[in-house]
Design a protein around this ligand. Structure first.
Ligand code: HEM
Length: 389
């Protein structure tokens, strides 16, 4: 692991860092006291994530279990079976490559252009701060919330999502939330979705809220889904973007990308692989399953350590071809494969294009890790362009 990434993980989420270090001593599939089964191998990871009968997101150990404690049984029903398929099918066309490109341009395009302009004018730009506002803008657009031109409300949206996600810290040994966490989460969710009722009533068919209304979802369930989206799409996207920017710089491979812009998709893929902003995925064991000759019992939990599984392929390398064993495990696998994958890739691409459009290298002037976060990321990552020759 490169030293900046190591520091980011250690300072942001020390428990995760310790788990990743410790996992170097475990095998592909290891039973760890108090945690459950740890999976570190990409092929096994995909096997678990694709076995929907054996492993579920909805029971203890899965993220769906936490959401159902916050938003009730109706919400729990959305994480599995036919209801899950119904929601995904209804939302699919909002998340295609084309829709993602349009969404990112509409919600963020002007801001990438402004960022590139500031760099050209010789200013130093804080990429990490920009990703927070950009993520807030994206979610606001998806949800049909009108928050005006200023950055502050979007930053607030981001920090609410971040605070909500941070409540999940310490849930790795149990996803049963204590009452005070449920109360705190409900308060944050209420603030996050303050404008949802109005938007729900008026939103068009081309928005998530409009689709929820068409599907006959109650306002409460819609608020739950809106909150889920605000959390799923913000921290991960911001982390993946700023860490890819730093990785390109720190590994000395920015020059390669500048000389060969056709490597852009590789740079984005490698950044997301190495950073793996969703570093682990939890599942509840729904029935006895034998994996690699080991019996995993109903009621146990599995932690798929995606960060480890993705990083075993090697260090960040923009010339690395697609790794077949990993596919795109940083976005998960199976029925819950990240719905926002195209959006996430587009955002990283647009940021890298904004930073490299002059053909001149950028340099990281200063950086600071975010602390006490679920998803390790930069709190600030200041970059400026090298002077023209
Ligand atoms: C680099 C950025 C991102 C990463 C690494 C990432 C990663 C993931 C992963 C690993 C999952 C699967 C979780 C599991 O199986 O338990 C997931 C699910 C999901 N993601 Fe993302 N995500 C990112 C960005 C986004 C964005 C930008 C959005 C929305 C605009 C989004 C929306 C979702 C949704 C709705 C799900 C749930 C899908 C389902 O359960 O069917 N994600 N994401």
């Amino acid at each position: 692991m490169n030293r900046y990434e190591a520091r980011l993980l250690r300072q942001g989420n020390p428990w995760l860092y310790a788990l990743l270090r410790g996992s170097r001593l475990t095998g592909r599939l290891t039973r760890v006291p108090r945690l459950g089964w740890l999976v570190t191998d990409p092929v096994l990871a995909r096997r678990v994530l694709n076995d929907h009968g054996g492993f579920t997101m909805a029971g203890e150990g899965g993220v769906g279990h936490m959401w159902s404690q916050l938003f009730g049984a109706e919400m729990a029903g959305l994480f599995d079976g036919t209801e899950h398929t119904r929601v995904r099918t209804a939302a699919r066309d909002l998340f295609t490559e084309q829709a993602a490109a349009e969404l990112v341009e509409r919600a963020q395009g002007e801001h990438y252009r402004r960022l590139a302009e500031r760099l050209r004018e010789g200013e130093t730009v804080d990429v990490a701060a920009a990703t927070r506002v950009l993520a807030g803008r994206l979610v606001a657009d998806l949800l049909g919330l009108r928050l005006g031109p200023d950055a502050a409300p979007y930053e607030n949206l981001f920090s609410l999502g971040e605070r909500l996600a941070a409540l999940a810290l310490g849930t790795t040994s149990s996803t049963d939330l204590p009452e005070e966490k449920i109360a705190a989460a409900s308060r944050i969710a209420a603030e996050l979705t303050r404008a949802v009722p109005e938007a729900y009533a008026a939103a068009g068919q081309d928005t998530i809220l409009g689709r929820c209304r068409e599907l006959g979802f109650s306002l409460d369930l819609t608020r739950g889904l809106a909150t889920l989206l605000a959390v799923a799409g913000t921290e991960t996207g911001a982390s993946g973007t700023s860490r890819t920017v730093a990785l390109l710089h720190d590994t000395g491979q920015l020059g390669t990308l500048l000389a060969r812009p056709d490597l852009m998709p590789n740079a984005v893929r490698e950044g997301l692989r190495v950073a793996t902003p969703a570093p682990l995925i939890g599942r509840h064991v729904a029935k006895d399953v034998t994996v690699e000759g080991r019996l995993i019992r109903e009621g146990e939990r599995v932690i798929v350590l995606t960060h480890r599984a993705n990083n075993d392929a090697g260090a960040f390398d923009v010339t690395r071809e697609y790794v077949a064993e990993n596919r795109q495990l940083w976005f998960g696998a199976g029925r819950h494969l990240c719905l926002g994958a195209a959006v996430a890739r587009t955002q990283v691409t647009r940021m890298l294009q904004a930073l490299t459009e002059t053909g001149r290298p950028y340099r990281v002037v200063s950086r600071r890790a975010a602390r006490g976060v679920l998803v390790p990321t930069y709190h600030s990552l200041k970059v400026s362009l090298d002077a023209p020759n």
